[in-house]
Ligand binder design. Structure first.
Ligand SMILES: Cc1cc2nc3c(=O)[nH]c(=O)nc-3n(C[C@H](O)[C@H](O)[C@H](O)COP(=O)(O)OP(=O)(O)OC[C@H]3O[C@@H](n4cnc5c(N)ncnc54)[C@H](O)[C@@H]3O)c2cc1C
Length: 447
């Protein structure tokens, strides 16, 4: 890849950097205090599942938060949970399930930390108008600012709280949070196998219906596996095992098989025919009649650590236009494959997120969106592919996510987030006047 294109991907050269694991709040306060010997810039890191350099500092200090993993209180009367920010979502979901409670929202990839899920959008399919982002259920947070000041941001400072949600560690390090939770609520799931045109014919209707949906899109097979979810009063018994098998099949087995087939089958046409057939068979098995009912707790089992190694880039598109975008995405993928020889071996995953103005940098601040996560296991060719994908997404009014969108142009991000980003940057400068949390990667968007 040329130097200019390498620069455009947003990856910066790695030099010596410090990594500090923390397991108590006093160490964070010490690290963050001005005048200490902590090398700057400083970046808080949760489970490191973001796909951009938002969670590491290649020259300063990366503060690893996973040791701060205590669940402090589950209030079964007021339906809230208070936990330290390094707690993994699956640990939180398991502790809540013991009390008959669950996190609000259908969140997968549960290896991420609570702090990472608040500071970077943690999105899942919304059922009806239910919030798609975990951060919207946050009631209060404790944090240490870039200037080393410990503070609590709660319901009496809603505007500030809206900035802390999806703040990408730019306002400070979150040490603890209290969230609203809910009693376990069963939904039914039904599955359809459609062509992309058939999916486009129904996507507007289901986007406006009180249902949730998630889909696996295979552009080279012209296939969509659609999973429709709705709350039901009498949905019957919910079992964990089928969801665990589904998650294991989709997020662990399939990527591993694709990786192996890429190595074993040198002839491209044969390789991709086999990969697509295995993918279709897997989708058919994991979305079987056994996965008919679920709740947020059953979906939030432990995530295999190997899935961190998947390559992905997420763009959100207005739900109202998605029937056009899905067709254009199929054509883009096919044309790019013909031109460059690169294609994604794993299906793209999409889901609808409802409008959410509870966070200043919410990707669905103005309207419901479809989040489309393009995923692959093959490294060679990926960086060029995500640059082309970014051009495609800009053309279709895509909204980027700073932690999940690769090859994002700073000018485009500023155009999309407009006044909200300008206001956020002003607040950032007040809380971190010496730019101690600002790496070169983050400075592109937040300086
Ligand atoms: C295979 C795969 C599937 C995924 N699927 C989804 C999906 O369906 N939906 C979705 O929304 N995301 C998905 N993601 C993306 C990712 O899981 C989220 O962005 C997640 O919220 C990041 O959490 P983390 O703990 O890994 O944070 P990190 O990646 O470590 O950090 C993310 C950002 O949060 C900041 N941060 C972390 N901890 C703190 C803290 N304590 N205080 C302040 N700032 C902090 C970091 O500085 C960084 O800017 C997926 C990722 C992978 C690898």
């Amino acid at each position: 890849m040329s130097a200019a294109r390498l620069k455009k991907t947003g990856r910066f050269a790695v030099s010596a950097a410090a990594e500090i694991p923390v397991n108590n709040i006093e160490s964070i306060v010490r690290i963050m205090q001005r005048g200490t010997s902590t090398a700057v810039p400083i970046r808080p890191q949760g489970a490191a599942t973001a796909s951009t350099d938002c969670n590491r500092s290649s020259a300063g200090t990366t503060v690893r938060m996973t040791g701060l993993d205590r669940i402090i209180d589950i209030d079964t009367y007021n339906h809230t949970v208070t936990a330290q920010s390094g707690v993994r979502l699956y640990a939180l979901a398991e502790a809540l399930a013991e009390q008959g409670l669950e996190l609000i929202g259908n969140h997968e990839m549960t290896g991420r930390t609570l702090g990472g899920a608040i500071a970077a959008p943690c999105l899942g399919p919304s059922i009806g108008n239910e919030a798609g982002a975990l951060a919207s259920s946050v009631v209060s947070v404790k944090m240490v600012t870039g200037a080393g000041k410990a503070m609590t941001v709660g319901p009496d400072s809603q505007k500030f709280l809206a900035a802390v949600r999806a703040s990408y560690g730019m306002l400070g390090v979150i040490t603890e949070a209290t969230l609203n939770v809910q009693p376990q609520n069963t939904f039914t799931a039904s599955h359809r196998k459609l062509s992309i045109d058939e999916f486009c014919a129904v996507s507007d209707r289901i986007s406006n219906a009180p249902v949730g949906f998630r889909f696996a899109l295979m552009p080279y097979r012209d296939r969509v596996y659609l999973d429709l979810r709705r709350y039901a009063a009498n949905a019957g018994q919910t079992y964990n095992t089928p969801w665990k098998i589904k998650d294991w099949g989709e997020s662990t087995v399939l990527p591993q098989v694709c990786k192996s087939l890429n190595r074993l089958l040198p002839i491209q046409s044969v390789r991709y025919r086999v990969i697509d057939s295995v993918t279709e068979a897997t989708q058919g098995i994991v979305n079987s009649r056994f996965v008919r009912t679920g709740n947020n707790a059953t979906m939030q089992g432990r995530t295999a650590s190997s899935i961190k190694k998947l390559l992905y880039s997420t763009w959100c598109f207005p739900a109202t236009d998605f029937s056009f975008v899905a067709r254009a995405y199929r054509d883009f993928c096919r044309e790019t494959f013909e031109r460059t020889g690169y294609r994604c071996d794993v299906p793209a995953i999409g889901y609808r997120i409802s409008r959410d103005a509870t966070s200043v940098l919410s990707p669905s601040f103005d309207e419901p969106m479809i989040a489309l996560q393009t995923t692959a296991t093959q490294v060679a060719g990926w960086e060029d592919f995500v640059i082309d994908l970014a051009d495609f997404a800009e053309h279709w009014a895509g909204v980027p996510i700073f932690s999940q969108t690769r090859s994002l142009r700073a000018d485009y991000a500023k155009q999309v987030y407009g006044n909200r980003l300008a206001w956020f940057r002003k607040l950032r400068r007040q809380l971190d006047p010496e730019d101690r949390l600002l790496t070169p990667f983050m400075a592109q968007y937040f300086q």
